[in-house]
Design a protein around this ligand. Structure first.
Ligand code: WT7
Length: 666
């Protein structure tokens, strides 16, 4: 690693690291489990000299106007503010593309691999620059200006990357909405961020499935009454439908707007705190929240974590399989790799098309050195390992990343032994939409790795575990995972609802960022993430609020009450289980199961489709009317022993009814 702080850290070699218990070197443990001295010193230095550490990282970006103040932060809920490099100015797109042109004009920036194995396109930094400039010019000619919101509802095609970077270039704030979300979910987001423009495609392709994105946009615009969208830019796909339904006042073909534009564009500069994008994610209550990320701090964090965590070496090929609709697709498909001048692979399709051997084939075809995916995908490959491992050597792999949910030790081991041939280090990266980039991760060279543990804080990050009073717990323990101090990549607010931002993340435990996750810290000070402690599900690495699914179910007129819980699922990690109570007078409710399922699908999208729907005469409630989800989770998991204290239920007999209903479903 080329970072000068390695040197700084080495100077401190004789220093006994005065770290919290979490990291302290306990003499009772064998050295084989301890983090390396090199990591500990560098980590310690990054905490003790935090401003200097981040100043050094940020100086690896190109600033049009240098910053004079590194951070200006308060986690106090009465005065919450998070600002990094605030008086500096830069252009994010210039940092990801233009500044590399001198040395990397002909190096592939994005290698696009189509759904169809015969389709791939390699775009050099020079070509990427031209495409972005054309689109930036087109957007400006359509009246899009800095601060306007642009929704991207796109398949995984190069134009999606052009769109993100062209928005960044002109200071428009992009908000990518995953193509698997329904038109109703899209409508909510259009209204919430008051989008001016939407960029989409006539169709998306995933495996053999066509996804009618443009038609969903049409529906969304009908649903989003009084919306502010002026234009919809439509990318024509080679496999497209010909002519989708068209509204001449609104719809424009992307190629008609872009093809004749100049390949040059003079980039303006923006304040470091200028919003770069908004990305919606689910919370435990109510509607999805639009996390707002910054320009300078976010890009600094994306670049630093990309280089350090993946130990990126010049000339290597990096492949992150995430969709650009998620934060992983922002930070580690686009912004981190391109800021670092890397070659990043963008894959249009799914892991099992034409067969489950595809990922290995793509790795060989493009000589991928660093591969980053989710445990749910690894489990899918593992389930038919013979096919998944056939037809590829995968000898180019050096680093294997994982993200999105806890990875169990057996899945970790298969990834390392079989997929990576014991030649590639596995890095289990814990982070969130809110954090912008990795927070807990065993970076290469930081010491021995433990299958299933995210392990160690990234430089500058101060995790702790707290009890329900917010008291910090010491040593080997379990608790709620909090972060004590800011880092440049953290979200700045929730779009249009700063109070919700404060309430959600900074009010549960005073003066700390609350992640919503639980974790265990072991005898060596290593962290093991145990999962959400709030009402958020993690289904195939996708975050879903139980409340969102419940309110979708309640729009069904025959349903009186609904409660959603997660249960362990072999491939998805968590499955969606919904208990529904029919309104009085509704006969043979069971026959409605399929239509309830499609109603939820319609409201939220296919990823929210319940795996099980159980009708029940009632839900287990306390006398004050609170649903005891703990009991529902046990029942959904087919775990009827030790339901805990049920005596506080208003009607304890409901438990037996739920159990027998569960048995009927099995
Ligand atoms: C939630 C955040 C960060 C990009 C993908 C998901 C879970 C994430 C891990 C991991 C255990 C993990 C947490 C977190 N999670 N990574 N390595 N080990 N759990 O982003 O949709 O914002 O979800 O995903 O529960 O809170 P997200």
């Amino acid at each position: 690693m080329e970072n000068s702080f390695v040197k700084g850290g080495e100077k401190n070699n004789n220093h006994q690291p005065p770290l919290s218990d979490a990291q302290s070197l306990s003499s009772s443990h064998s050295h084989e489990h301890q983090a390396s001295i090199k990591y500990l010193n560098k980590y310690q230095n990054s905490i003790e000299n935090k401003e200097a550490f981040w100043q050094e990282q940020a100086s690896q970006l190109q600033w049009s106007k240098p910053f004079t103040q590194v951070s200006d932060v308060s986690f106090d809920k009465n005065d919450l503010h998070i600002r990094w490099f605030a008086d500096g100015e830069l252009n994010v797109c210039v940092n990801c593309v233009d500044r590399h042109l001198a040395e990397r004009a002909d190096q592939p920036a994005i290698v696009w691999e189509g759904d169809n194995p015969d389709h791939s396109i390699s775009l050099t930094y020079k070509q990427l620059h031209e495409e972005i400039c054309k689109l930036a010019n087109a957007l400006e000619s359509l009246g899009v200006t800095a601060g306007d919101r642009v929704i991207l509802y796109m398949p995984m095609v190069p134009e999606a990357a052009f769109a993100m970077l062209a928005c960044a270039r002109i200071g428009a704030i992009h908000s990518a909405v995953f193509g698997g979300f329904s038109s109703a979910a899209l409508a909510d987001r259009i209204n919430n961020c008051e989008a001016k423009l939407i960029i989409t495609a006539d169709l998306g392709l995933r495996g053999t499935k066509s996804i009618p994105l443009k038609a969903s946009v049409d529906e969304a615009l009908t649903l989003a009454e009084g919306h502010s969208v002026d234009k919809v830019l439509v990318v024509k796909q080679p496999h497209g439908s010909g002519t989708p339904a068209w509204n001449d006042k609104v719809d424009l073909w992307y190629h008609d707007c872009v093809d004749n534009q100049s390949t040059e564009h003079t980039p303006p500069t923006f304040d470091a705190e200028h919003p770069l994008f908004i990305l919606y994610t689910s919370g435990s209550t109510g509607k999805p929240k639009g996390l707002q990320h910054s320009s300078g701090g976010y890009l600094c964090y994306a670049q630093t974590t990309f280089k350090e965590v993946f130990d990126y070496r010049d000339g290597e090929v990096f492949w992150c399989t995430a969709d650009i609709g998620w934060i992983t697709g922002h930070t580690y498909l686009i912004y981190g790799p391109l800021a670092a001048g890397a070659t990043t692979i963008m894959y249009e399709g799914v892991p099992n098309f034409p067969t489950l051997a595809r990922f290995g084939e793509v790795i060989d075809k493009h000589n991928v050195n660093i591969f980053y995916t989710a445990p749910t995908t690894i489990r899918m490959l593992m389930a038919d390992a013979n096919t998944a491992l056939s037809g590829s050597q995968r000898t180019s792999l050096r680093i294997l990343g994982t993200v999105g949910e806890p990875i169990s030790p057996d899945v970790w081991q298969w990834y390392y032994d079989d997929f990576g041939l014991q030649q590639a280090q596995v890095v289990d990266t814990w982070w969130q939409t809110e954090t912008g980039g990795h927070l807990i991760v065993p970076i290469p060279d930081s010491g021995p790795v433990k299958p299933g543990a995210a392990q160690r804080p990234f430089y500058g990050i101060e995790p702790q575990l707290v009890d329900s009073n917010g008291d910090i717990l010491e040593g080997e323990t379990s608790g709620h995972l909090v972060i004590l101090d800011s880092w440049p990549g953290q979200a700045r607010t929730i779009w249009g609802d700063h109070q919700r931002f404060i309430d959600t993340y900074f009010s549960t435990y005073e003066g700390m960022y609350f992640s919503g996750d639980g974790a265990r810290r072991d005898e060596d000070g290593d962290y093991w993430i145990t999962g959400r402690v709030d009402d958020v599900l993690n289904v195939s690495g996708h975050r879903l609020g139980t409340a969102e699914i419940e309110s979708a179910a309640l729009t069904y007129s025959d349903i009186a009450e609904a409660a959603v819980v997660g249960y362990p699922h072999d491939v998805k990690g968590q499955g969606i289980y919904i208990f529904v109570v029919a309104k009085t007078g509704v006969e043979s409710a069971e026959t409605l199961t399929d239509s309830v399922r499609s109603k939820i699908r319609q409201a939220l999208g296919p990823i929210a489709t319940p795996d099980h729907i159980q009708w029940s005469p009632d839900l287990p409630k306390t006398r004050s009317g609170k649903i005891m989800r703990r009991i529902l989770r046990k029942i959904a998991s087919n775990d009827f022993a030790e339901l805990g204290d049920t005596s506080t239920l208003a009607d304890p007999s409901v438990v037996d009814k739920l159990i027998s209903g569960r048995k009927d479903l099995n």
